[in-house]
Design a protein. Structure first.
Length: 79
C-alpha cells in the first residue's frame, strides 16, 4: 500500500474568500500580526501498487476531479 498526499491550493491571484473570512475571524478573536491566511485542501489517498503507479493515479485524480486547472495548483507527495 502506498499513500499519496495531495495538496490542492488556489493559484496566486485567485481570490480566497475562505482564507479572508478566517483571517477576519481570527482578528476579531484578538489574534494580531496575521498578514495572510490561505485555505488549502489536503487529501490522503491510500492506493495499491508501486509508488510510481500511485503518483500517476493521483495526478489523474487531480486532473479529472480534485483540482480545477483554471484556479488550482496541486502537489503530490508519495509516502
Amino acid at each position: 500500500m502506498v499513500v499519496a498526499e495531495v495538496r490542492i491550493e488556489l493559484k496566486e491571484g485567485v481570490a480566497d474568500p475562505e482564507g479572508r473570512n478566517t483571517q477576519k475571524a481570527l482578528e476579531l478573536l484578538g489574534f494580531s500580526g496575521i498578514t495572510n491566511v490561505r485555505s488549502i485542501k489536503v487529501f490522503e489517498i491510500t492506493l495499491d501498487g508501486s509508488p510510481e503507479d500511485a503518483r500517476t493515479k493521483a495526478e489523474e485524480m487531480c486532473r479529472r476531479l480534485l483540482a480545477n486547472p483554471v484556479i488550482h495548483k496541486f502537489t503530490i507527495t508519495i509516502k
